[in-house]
Design a protein around this ligand. Structure first.
Ligand code: NAD
Ligand code: MG
Length: 387
């Protein structure tokens, strides 16, 4: 009997997706990739399917289906297309764990579908918890599925919490690299282009999260993500800038002790830890040679130069669909910034305007999240088209 854990990697062609497939391929005795998917990079998906031989490959963009089917049918690999097919793929019997490595709002529906089917989640797609964290937690109460964080900061916190009483946690301290503009003056940041924002000092990641790191929206999202993952009040979660990205995050306990998890800036470790349900594999990451570590430094984040960071507290204090509005406006704004259509601080302005325009819903249903997302995107697009 094949006892290997069966993994669905959604967003397989991206930064987290390909690193996940590498880990699976490196441990063929314990893992098997059974489902892989991509948004629109069909040729890359075909290449990955040839190499990893899943049961099923799904492309979200239906226009690319014929190409996928023609390439993979001769290999006996099933194919499907469209968001509904993706939501169904993660519920299959040949899936134990779903790695959510898609970017943005597109992670929400497949994650909900996987939780309803009782599958475990290795959660990279933080936007799922940003958009609908409260809803996801309610779903988890009635499901056998467990969520294991892939985000390095949340993996660090998870590792620090092993063996601890959750009631003894005083504070979560989330570290931030500070991004490429950490030492730039506000006036210079205002002129930054996509090519500047894409030069992240420590991490190599997809374009959207790299821009989110430059605006520090990524850290705001991670505060929201931590609130729903660990059930800690927003007032007890803070961000600290730590430019070396060696300490991945920390937990302070009520007796004053602080635990930290350290390592090289490499996503392989948190991915492998999540895949293994918080168990450890041999030699995932290069050893951190402490004697060669020069210094670890910490700075307070600058809310004036990085106003997006203020949005975490606003989203959690106001609750409801607030974070869903912020996420949708941010996605549209970042896409426009990447095409050099808007400036760096226009990202924050578009989010602010969207928050002022889109109706607040205190207790959103799932359909309310869907509507809030589409209405906010349309509104943010309309603002860009005017400019
Ligand atoms: P990426 O842009 O490199 O890859 C995104 C993947 O999602 C691709 O496979 C793409 O084809 C797929 N995709 C895009 N739009 C889609 C859609 N509409 N439907 C279905 N699939 C779609 O992104 P990434 O950097 O790997 O990040 C993925 C997620 O992981 C993000 O939520 C990000 O915040 C989170 N994350 C990434 C890192 C990192 O190091 N890259 C670290 C922490 C968290
Ligand atoms: Mg992170």
């Amino acid at each position: 009997m094949d006892n290997r854990k069966k993994i669905a990697v959604i967003g397989a062609t991206g930064s987290i997706g390909t690193q996940t497939l590498d880990i699976i391929a490196g441990h063929p005795d314990i893992y098997r990739a059974t489902v892989i998917s991509a948004g629109s990079k069909v040729d890359r998906l075909i290449e990955l399917a040839r190499r990893h031989r899943p049961q099923l490959a799904v492309i979200a963009d239906t226009a690319l289906y014929a190409r996928l089917r023609e390439a993979l049918a001769p290999l006996g690999i099933e194919t499907a297309a469209g968001p509904e097919a993706l939501a169904a793929a993660v519920t299959r019997d040949d899936v134990d764990t779903v790695v959510t490595a898609t970017v943005g709002y597109s992670g929400l529906v497949p994650t909900v579908s996987a939780i309803r089917a009782g599958k475990d989640i290795a959660l990279a797609n933080k936007e799922t918890l940003v958009v609908a964290g409260e809803y996801i937690n309610r779903l988890l109460e009635d499901s056998a599925s467990k969520v294991y964080p892939v985000d390095s900061e949340h993996s660090a916190i998870y590792q620090c919490l092993v063996g601890e009483d959750p009631a003894s946690v005083r504070r979560l301290i989330i570290t931030a690299s500070g991004g490429p503009f950490r030492q730039w003056a506000r006036g210079r940041i205002a002129t930054a282009k996509a090519c500047d924002a894409l030069k992240h000092p420590n991490w190599s990641m997809g374009a959207k999260i790299t821009v989110d790191s430059a605006t520090m929206m990524n850290k705001a999202f991670e505060i929201i993500e931590a609130r729903w993952l660990f059930g800690v009040d927003a007032s007890a979660i803070e961000a600290v800038v730590h430019p070396q990205s060696i300490i991945h995050s920390m937990v302070e306990f009520r007796d004053g002790a602080i635990k930290a998890q350290l390592g090289c800036p490499d996503m392989k470790l948190p991915i492998a830890y999540a895949l293994g349900e918080a168990g450890r594999l041999d030699g995932v990451e290069a050893p951190l040679t402490l004697d060669r570590l020069a210094t670890l430094t910490f700075e307070k984040p600058d809310y004036e130069r990085f106003p997006c960071l203020t949005l975490a507290r606003h989203a959690l204090d106001r609750g409801g669909n607030t974070a869903c509005i912020i996420n949708a406006a941010n996605e549209i704004a970042v896409a426009a910034f990447l095409r050099d259509r808007i400036g760096f601080y226009d990202i924050y302005d578009l989010i602010e305007k969207s928050l002022g325009h889109i109706p607040f819903i205190a207790e959103p249903s799932f359909d309310d999240y869907v509507t809030t997302n589409s209405e906010t995107r349309a509104y943010a697009e309309s603002l860009i088209n005017v400019n």
